[in-house]
Design a protein around this ligand. Structure first.
Ligand code: BT5
Length: 328
């Protein structure tokens, strides 16, 4: 049995036992290996950071679970239909999006998730960088193969933003909003960034990589000084640490249910879910295009998710891409 499967089996027995002990005999039966081999597997889990007490007459008891994102732990009993059936984990990598592209080109299944403990070259949009310190945040890339034309790829940005916003909101009573069209904010500060990348031919998407970075337990001194927007983490905003494992599992479930809706009923329900966190309707915003800037009042969104602005001269403008900033 591969080491990871053995670890999953043992952790499963601990989960069932709760605060109680699991005997060496029980584990050896479940794994089909000798008691000495059981001891080695327990040592392996200890090396990963699990605190396991061993009492000769009783067996083993789990005292402490590290906040690591082992694929087996992330994927076990996830109950999802599309997302997270395959989970790949790196202690360190340059960018989970680059790893996901490799997997996508090699034919990896839809729903494959790449996770990293840290990134040495985390990517933002337009060549910018995403600060990715080890052990505190979530860095994930999710591979999907939606059966839609490439021109609809931006709909998936709303999908991942809605899933992230829902998951962050689920960690506590936090003022979570989405910034059009991506970025998730708490109290106006950026807590998550999204980078979706497409591999397609004219009429067909090969795959999309949904890149998701969420600041979970990052402390103030871990942020770079020259941020484009004010930023925060769930810890800074709420005062509470979040389990990266629990958050990741919850996010994958939220992504899965929205993706299921998207496949069954199209973009409508996804945009609706996203709009629960959109608070700019009726507000005056400034939109920065590459070459010009306009100011207007947000009238709402159209069915494609484009931002509808009413300008001072009474004309309307439909914004498909640009940097949007509320003015008041
Ligand atoms: C984004 O870009 O917001 C997309 C970030 C996507 C990151 C994920 S992590 C997993 C996956 N793998 C990757 O390699 N990337 C994805 P953008 O809107 O361009 O914002 C980038 C800007 O945000 C930077 O120029 C900084 O000013 C700021 N920034 C950098 N790190 C940050 C952080 N951890 N939290 C908040 N702001 C940050």
């Amino acid at each position: 049995m591969p080491v990871q499967d053995a670890h999953t089996t043992i952790l499963g027995l601990f989960r069932v036992a709760g605060d109680g002990y699991v005997s060496g005999a029980q584990i050896s039966r479940a794994l089909g290996v000798s008691r000495t081999a059981v001891w080695k597997k327990i040592e392996g889990l200890r090396l990963l950071g699990y605190g396991i007490e061993a009492v000769p007459s009783k067996g083993y008891r789990l005292q402490d679970t590290p906040d690591v994102l082992l694929p087996a732990e992330v994927a076990s009993d996830l109950g999802t239909k599309h997302i997270g059936r395959e989970v790949v984990y790196f202690a360190e990598t340059d960018s989970t999006n680059l790893r996901a592209h490799e997997l996508g080109k090699a034919g990896a299944a839809e729903g494959t998730v790449v996770l990293a403990n840290s990134q040495t070259a985390g990517k933002g949009r337009l060549g910018r960088q995403w600060c990715s310190p080890a052990g505190v945040n979530l860095y994930a890339s999710v591979l999907v193969r939606p059966p839609v034309a490439p021109r609809y790829a931006s709909q998936l940005t709303f999908l991942s933003a809605a899933a992230v916003a829902r998951t962050v909101a689920g960690t506590g009573k936090l003022p979570v909003t989405v910034k059009w069209p991506n970025d998730v904010l708490i109290g106006g500060r950026k807590v998550a960034g999204l980078l979706n990348e497409l591999d397609a031919e004219t009429e067909r998407i090969h795959y999309l990589v949904l890149g998701i970075g969420v600041n979970l337990n990052m402390t103030a001194d871990q942020f770079p000084n020259d941020l484009r927007y004010p930023a925060t983490s769930v810890l800074l905003a709420s005062g509470h640490r979040v389990s990266r494992l629990d958050f990741t599992r919850c996010l994958l479930r939220n992504l899965d249910s929205l993706y299921g809706l998207y496949l069954a009923r199209g973009f409508g329900p996804v945009l609706e879910a996203w709009q629960e966190y959109f608070d700019l309707t009726g507000r005056t915003v400034e939109v920065d295009y590459q070459d010009r800037r306009v100011t207007g009042v947000v009238a709402g969104l159209d069915g494609d998710g484009a931002l509808l602005l009413k300008l001072a001269d009474g004309t309307r403008e439909r914004v498909l891409a640009g940097d949007v900033r509320p003015l008041e």
